[in-house]
Design a protein around this ligand. Sequence first.
Ligand code: PLP
Length: 416
Amino acid sequence: RTPDEQLAEIDRLVAENHQIHDLDCFNLNPATNVMNPRAEALLAARLGSRPSLGYPGEKYETGLEAIEQLEVIAAELVADVFGATHAEIRVPSGAIANLYAFLATCEPGDTIVAPPPSIGGHVTHHAGGSAGMYRLRTVPAPVDPTRYTVDVDALRETAHEVRPRLITLGASLNLTPHPVAAVREIADEVGARVLFDAAHLCGMIAGGAWENPLALGAHLMTFSTYKSLGGPAGGVVVTNEPDLAERLDAIAYPGLTANFDAGKTAALAVTMVDWQVHGQGYAASMVGTARRLAEELAALGAPVFETVEGHTRSHQFALRAHPWGGGQAASRLLRRANLLACGIGLPDEPVDGDVNGLRIGTPELVRIGLTEEDMPRLASLVVRGLAGEPVAEEVTAWRRSLTGVHHVRQPEAALV
Ligand code: PLP
């Protein structure tokens, strides 16, 4: 192909993605979001190709006076929003943020205890992910299926038996509060540290809709910046522990980064200002909308996964996906209905060759303008889509009526 043909192909694919995400479909996947247009614009503001090697005030290259101030401001804003003394923002993703945490707390050959996939435990904490690649041995935490989190009593026994260096909490689906304070006590008994993986919960925490794990005793918290947080793709590690802060700083530089994207840094700073101003309203709307959608789906007979505290305390919930042959199979049915979602593990009957749950969340729904009042209509479309009914055109007509809206309707929570 000629260069012109290749350029045309790239343009076509970008337009196709815009069509899928911004015109045709509703995104019910909590692992994604839309950004504040002002933050998004900064990704193309001719910052990203500039060098940034070294520390603010001591950069190796010259001419970086403005860029180093952006770095400082972004890190201070993140630390402020998350009630931390140290925010490490030179992290490419949530997965690499977990690697930073492992490097800061463990040596190769150490044992860690982490939530298994049946309660949303992420691969980064296990053999196939960054934990395994750093040669950590992961022992799965015992499960409390009624709360979709770890079982504290059984975890105490496991910890005393395997003497981990690190115990992790936090998952790709979070339905009830995790027992952070109790796990911190266990960690203290065996000389371990506690890592809270807030890849998904960070927006809830930033908006005060979820108790801050650092305040409850977690030594470290990691997260993705583009899921419920609605920022640019990246990762962050926050802590209040001076020794860990120092270690993380060295892991970031000169350890794992040299130059990094100052455009992303500026976009993250704008995202944090949004959270300071509008975060409470946005987080509360995400929770309210998720709970209402789960209720409406259950009322229509959909098998919403139940905990002892109900469908969810967060912005996410799950359907038992057995009727559709699994979560990924269900997500393919929804795709035909122009509804985007994906599979998740549940502590329930397994499904052969698929995960047994379908995860649904509201970060993007709220951001494009849907409210609790819209949930009966959306629930009906989800149920009909899962039944194989041809609802794609109806979904798209509704989606297009919201095109261009990148903020929530309530003025007090307008993330623009
Ligand atoms: N941790 C959890 C619990 C996740 O769900 C994810 C999601 O992908 C990650 C870590 C990795 O984050 P990222 O996609 O930003 O690398």
